[in-house]
Design a protein around this ligand. Structure first.
Ligand code: NAD
Ligand code: 6OD
Length: 484
């Protein structure tokens, strides 16, 4: 049985208690996880502070960029170990996890090395009265001790999306992975250590949220900023907890994302794209589509083809190369997704496919499986069309005009992502630009340029990360003004 310990000041540390880590594909325990109590969180924050006050605090950009590249190389070398940990915790199909989650981890480190190395100093020459001038230049400094709270859906991808820019900017970080997925953050500790990241710069505390490591960390008085990715409800609670200390925060929260399909769309491309955007990672990507608006003349055809594509997905063992779709993360989450399907039924939906726990053979019988599910017959007033389900489900809705489609897509309290499917160039730009979301894709989905801004409107979050936008969160700026 694996054992995941906390990583504090360069050493693995046991907690006073341990909890079970469950493989959602089988429902069986795969590891014991050492929970950090308040004392261990204190030690992790203190070790991060000590690193900042030591040699790490004097590290140069060039040194840190080289370090990030060594980390990326070490991730490539340890790819199999990261993959094994991630798959055991999530039940994801291995091939997809290798291509996306593990590859993105290395890419995150390389990308932030490139971005940091290219970063200049903002400066303004200012005219003063009587012909005098002043030179202004903005110095970026590390934010300090950063607390990072990470969810379970893309644990390694989202963790490294925070750790890489934090290190690039010279911070020290304490991460609290999800209790559901403690593995990859722990393996990453070994990787960072082997690549030469100094003790105290990367710390891991394991545990839960309220009353556990998550709360101890986000409310810790010596934390200088909090970056959180997770649900809107949890994020709102953390906002309240951090507010009295007025610390910088970054919140990447939930979504209820729309796709808009026009009658002129290339339907082969659209069906393939929608199948990914609804069912990728078993619908457990914050960017996944849960509302599909389809122009009426093609509504029946698109619905039928989507049902066919959903029924062709192969739920199965992660190691089987034919598997396209894994389980949902936990028994509790399976129940939540099925409760939403039941709510859809009670609201008058017509189930087109799915809607039940899936059976996938004896070996996986204890796992948390949900059939890929599509329904029609509901509108934006129905609760299940407004709240994030975060599972392999979507509602299909017809529309008649472009302006109606834009209004329907934007009629949400969230604002993370949208996808527009059309071959009309002018309409593509027009409609994408009107989407009230952080990312509007046209004829694609989850195509990520790591230098581009990432974040959400409304309930989907506060702030932007990605490329130089991440530097704005992970640094404080001093403007120096010199009268010449
Ligand atoms: P969650 O909010 O339940 O948990 C996220 C993390 O917060 C976990 O590590 C959890 O232990 C921790 N936590 C919970 N309560 C806490 C507290 N009181 N104090 C400190 N930490 C606490 O979310 P989840 O179920 O793990 O993830 C799914 C959610 O995350 C979905 O809503 C999804 O949309 C969202 N998400 C958003 C993005 C994005 O980039 N916008 C990316 C991935 C996931
Ligand atoms: O691709 C990314 O950088 C990113 N933050 C993805 C988030 C996915 C949400 O589940």
């Amino acid at each position: 049985m694996r054992e995941y310990k906390n990583f504090i000041d360069g050493r693995f540390v046991e907690g006073p208690e341990a909890f079970a880590d469950i493989d959602p594909a089988t429902g069986r325990q795969v590891a014991w996880v050492h929970e950090a109590d308040a004392g261990l969180v204190d030690r992790a924050v203190a070790s991060a502070r000590a690193a900042l006050e030591g040699a790490w605090g004097r590290s140069t950009v060039a040194e840190r960029c080289s370090l990030l590249r060594r980390v990326a190389d070490e991730i490539d070398r340890r790819a199999d170990d990261l993959l094994a940990a991630e798959v055991a915790d999530t039940g994801k199909p291995e091939a997809g996890a290798r291509a996306l989650d593990v590859a993105r981890a290395a890419a995150n480190f390389r990308s932030f090395a490139d971005i940091m190395a290219a970063e200049g100093v903002e400066s303004f020459l200012q005219d003063l009265p009587a012909g005098q001038q002043a030179l202004n230049y903005a110095l970026r400094k590390p934010l300090g001790v950063v607390a990072a709270i990470v969810p379970w859906n893309l644990p390694l991808l989202l963790l490294t999306w925070k750790v890489a820019p934090a290190i690039a900017c010279g911070n020290a970080i304490v991460v609290k992975p999800s209790e559901e997925t403690p593995g990859s953050a722990t393996v990453l500790a070994e990787i960072l250590d082997a690549a030469g990241v100094p003790s105290g710069v990367y710390n891991v505390v394991h545990g839960f949220g309220a009353g556990s490591a998550g709360q101890h960390l986000t409310t810790h008085p010596d934390v200088d900023g909090v970056t959180f990715t997770g649900s809107t409800a949890t994020g709102a609670g953390i906002m309240r907890a951090v507010a009295p200390r007025v610390r910088p925060v970054s919140f990447e929260l939930g979504g209820k994302n729309a796709a808009v399909v026009f009658a002129d769309a290339d339907l082969d491309e659209t069906i393939a794209g929608l199948t990914r955007s609804i069912f990728a990672n078993t619908g457990q990507v914050c960017l996944c589509t849960e509302r599909v608006y389809i122009e009426r003349p093609i509504f029946e055809e698109v619905s039928a083809r989507l049902v066919d594509a959903a029924q062709k997905l192969r739920l199965g063992a992660p190691a089987d190369p034919a598997t396209t779709t894994g389980p949902v993360i936990s028994h509790g989450h399976q129940q939540k997704v099925l409760d939403y399907v039941e709510l859809a039924r009670r609201s008058g939906a017509t189930l087109l496919t799915g809607g039940e726990p899936a059976t996938v053979g004896d070996e996986l019988a204890g796992g948390f499986w949900v059939e890929p599910t599509l329904w029609t017959g509901l509108g934006n007033d129905d609760r299940v069309m407004r709240e994030e389900v975060f599972g392999p489900v979507a509602g299909l809705v017809p529309f008649d005009t472009e302006s109606e489609a834009v209004a329907l897509a934007n009629d949400t309290d969230y604002g993370l992502a949208a996808a527009v499917w059309t071959t009309d160039l002018r309409r593509a730009h027009r409609v994408a630009g009107r989407m009230e979301v952080g990312i509007a894709w046209v004829n694609t989905w989850f195509t990520r340029e790591l230098r581009s801004p990432f974040g959400g409107f409304g309930l989907s979050g506060v702030g932007r990360e990605g490329g130089r936008h991440s530097l704005d969160f992970y640094t404080e700026t001093t403007n120096v003004c010199v009268a010449l």
